[in-house]
Design a protein around this ligand. Structure first.
Ligand code: RBF
Length: 158
């Protein structure tokens, strides 16, 4: 579990497989894009640092986090894609939209992962405030895009 004391930014790289021949699909929500852009950069940098080829990383955007599931499915159904990384930011507001979106994405991408038997990483930042989201996109709680990429690599080593 990611807390102030523990998160996957300090992952154990010994457990990583060689990803030089692996292909990754990243789906990023455009809502709060100043934050999702940082998550995406963190994910891409992590894949590159661990040997993925630039031409094997496919980044696609969707309008909002609710659309992440279908975006993940479009990617996962492609045979050449080995793992999918889902990135978005949902911030609590006056209504319960966040609950509905977050649950839909969590269940939706789990389903995609099971259906296509591929890792689909959950990089959805779900916070009460904008500040908490910024803290998790290159701030004091690391970068959840990095963590999502690390989880995808780790699962390819399973
Ligand atoms: N999408 C996000 O990615 N993050 C949000 O914080 C977010 N807040 C929303 C708040 C409301 C009230 C609504 C209706 C939508 C919100 N969306 C958000 C967009 C949603 O994920 C989706 O793109 C739209 O509902 C269109 O299907």
């Amino acid at each position: 579990m990611a807390t102030a004391l523990k998160n996957l930014n300090e992952y154990n790289k010994d457990r990583f497989t060689d990803i030089s021949g692996k292909t990754f699909g990243i789906v990023v929500a455009e809502w709060h894009e100043e934050i999702t852009g940082v998550l995406c950069q963190g994910a891409v940098d992590t894949l590159l640092q661990h040997g993925a080829a630039k031409e094997n990383i496919f980044v696609n955007t969707v309008p909002g986090s609710f659309e992440l599931t279908l975006g993940a499915q479009f990617l996962a159904q492609q045979e050449e894609i080995d793992a999918v990384i889902v990135l978005g930011v949902v911030i609590k507001g006056d209504t319960k939209h966040d609950d509905y979106i977050n649950h839909a994405v969590a269940q939706g991408i789990t389903h995609v992962s099971m259906k296509y038997n591929k890792p689909v990483s959950f990089g959805l930042v779900t916070t009460n405030t904008l500040e908490q989201a910024l803290d998790r996109a290159g701030g004091k709680h690391g970068n959840k895009g990095v963590e999502a990429a690390a989880a995808a690599i780790r699962m390819l080593s399973f």
